[in-house]
Write a protein that binds this ligand. Structure first.
Ligand code: FES
Length: 580
């Protein structure tokens, strides 16, 4: 109910862009004359907030294919409200295409966003994106710059279709790929799925990282209410964009900067929503990085505390049965947050100038199978658990709601793969010495080792076991996995094996114990044996000798610290550029 307090409005000469356009000196002459070169006139900019529209559209990013048009919808709103819109293209992180992993480039997008907003005459920003790492990349940079901004999610694509069955991005690919490996799906059927699984622009529509992160952004208060999961192809989507364009102009006049929105309570709201959604394990990395950029201390422990208090209420694949489109029409995120009741801090400010409590007060659940109540969840605890032990002294994460329940307490012998290529060469062998009770271990797939911590954590089930009908096993790595993935996969083991974490010391035949109820991940070897192996361990050569990769490898943090660059963390002031 912030709207009830008097709102101080800036004067035009207090706008940041005034330094570029409003003063009478040699440089301002250049700035204005160059705007005139584009065809603008003083009526376009004089005394108006300049709104930078950071757009991650690209020909190669199918999830963002509509963002070129959506930028025009935003501009319409900015103009309606008396602002001056300028579109600023930024690197597009297209999850399926960019190698070795878009995670390698999340921080590059964050840097680019921060520097675009810093170095140009921008007063406020609209951030356009949604594919996995794009949301955290854009938001991290905008938080560091500290200007008023609204994040406008790309929205999920329409549900997939195959012979009248709904297909979900990722989740059904993994599922039917195993059926194909087991000889139960023909080439022709597989091709039909290829044609039907992604049938509109927009992000993955399962509870993958994209849907999870768009939702987290809304729970933080960084989107307009209900914006996170509007299907990309729904006409509500361009209307949301225009609304955001109008609103951000007022945010500039009211000086609604991100530090007023991103409080410890807002971060807790995001974690509560993440747990209730059964969100992607990747959220834990990204939210730690985002919160810390805002100066909010956040560690894995907070996720684990909240995980024990909040059940999974969103019946969406891979933990549940439905898809993002169903969730939106069932009432969407505002309805879920209303169902969460007192678990949500209702007094947090959001970008529309209202509190979260006001924003969700009128929401309703229209389909109680898709959005469950606290008393009728699909999983009794939160979607992600934090495990610790001598194998992961700084933590590891698991999504027990998406695993076969028998594997949440398990002890078995390790089969160790030293890297992805080793695993890929072994996993299809019919003579591989492996049973369903073995624990598959993948080394050197972390932030430095992958490099870029690729989504390799859902290791394939060995082919001979797939043929025998096995569909889940305990798998452990320092990699991530797609939020669309599922199974008893222990991920993000920190410190990673590439820097000498205990995961590097596991050998085939060692016994490993996983116990989710005790939050335990234990390697059953003696301390003396662990010490002996550590002494014998030889550090691998760095992955990169030059360029961005070298900078990445020298400054990237571990998973439990959010994988941010050390020099981008909260602290030092972001200087305004001098204009000479
Ligand atoms: Fe873009 Fe999944 S590939 S969100």
């Amino acid at each position: 109910m912030t709207s009830s307090r008097p709102i101080a409005r800036k004067r035009p000469d207090e706008l940041r862009s005034h330094r570029w356009f409003g003063v009478q000196d040699l440089r301002a002459f250049g700035h204005r004359s160059r705007l005139r070169q584009i065809g603008y006139d003083a009526e376009d900019w004089a005394g108006k907030p300049v709104i930078g529209i950071v757009n991650t559209w690209s020909d190669i990013n199918a999830c963002h294919a509509h963002l070129r048009e959506r930028a025009e919808d935003v501009k319409r709103g900015v103009l309606q409200a008396g602002g001056f819109p300028l579109e600023l293209p930024a690197i597009s992180l297209a999850e399926p295409f960019q190698k070795p992993s878009t995670m390698l480039y999340r921080n590059l997008l964050a840097m680019e966003t921060e520097e675009l907003l810093r170095s140009y005459p921008i007063d406020g920003a609209i951030l356009l994106g949604g594919c996995d790492k794009t949301t955290p990349g854009l938001v991290m940079g905008a938080i560091s710059m500290g200007l008023p901004f609204i994040y406008c999610p790309a929205g999920p694509m329409l549900r997939g279709n195959w012979r009248g069955q709904a297909l979900g991005s990722g989740s059904d690919v993994w599922k039917y790929w195993d059926e194909k490996r087991a000889g139960k799906i023909t080439e022709a059927e597989w091709e039909q799925m290829e044609n039907g699984i992604a049938r509109s622009f927009g992000t993955c529509m399962t509870m993958g990282t994209a849907v999870s992160m768009m939702s987290v952004a809304e729970a933080l208060g960084l989107t307009l209410p209900g914006a996170a999961l509007i299907p990309a192809a729904d006409s509500n989507h361009p209307r949301m964009m225009t609304h955001a364009g109008r609103r951000v102009v007022d945010m500039v006049w009211e000086d609604v900067t991100p530090d007023r929105i991103l409080t410890a309570k807002a971060v807790d709201n995001a974690i509560v929503v993440h747990m209730a959604l059964g969100g992607s394990t990747n959220v834990m990395i990204h939210l730690i990085a985002m919160a810390r950029r805002a100066g909010v201390a956040l560690s894995l422990e907070r996720f684990d505390q909240i995980s024990r208090e909040v059940p999974v209420m969103a019946n969406i694949r891979p933990s549940g049965a439905h898809l993002a489109e169903d969730f939106y029409y069932a009432g969407g995120l505002p309805a879920l947050m209303k169902e969460l009741g007192g678990k949500i801090h209702g007094d947090c400010l959001t970008v529309n100038g209202e509190t979260m409590g006001v924003n969700v007060a009128k929401a309703e659940v229209y389909n109680a199978d898709v959005i469950r109540g606290l008393q009728n969840p699909i999983y009794a605890e939160g979607g992600t658990a934090v495990l610790k032990g001598n194998l992961a002294p700084r933590g590891a994460v698991m999504k027990p709601s998406a695993a076969e329940p028998r594997l949440t307490k398990h002890r078995g012998k390790a089969v160790v793969f030293r890297d992805y290529n080793h695993m890929a060469a072994e996993i299809e062998r019919d003579d591989l010495d492996v049973t369903p009770d073995h624990v598959l271990v993948l080394q050197n797939a972390g932030p430095k080792g992958g490099p870029g911590m690729p989504e390799w954590g859902m290791l394939p089930i060995p082919r001979k076991l797939v043929k025998a009908g096995v569909r889940d096993m305990v798998r452990i790595s320092d990699a991530r996995m797609s939020g669309t993935s599922y199974g008893a996969c222990v991920l993000h083991v920190a410190p990673e094996s590439f820097v000498g974490g205990p995961l590097a010391l596991v050998e085939t035949g060692d016994e490993i114990e996983v116990d989710v109820s005790k939050r335990l991940l234990h390697l059953h070897i003696s301390d003396e044996e662990m010490a002996r192996r550590r002494t014998a361990w030889v550090a691998p050569h760095p992955r990169y000798e030059r360029g961005y990769g070298r900078m990445y490898q020298e400054h990237i943090g571990q998973a439990d610290d959010g994988c941010d660059f050390d020099f981008l963390e909260h602290g030092a002031e972001v200087p305004e550029p001098e204009i000479h």
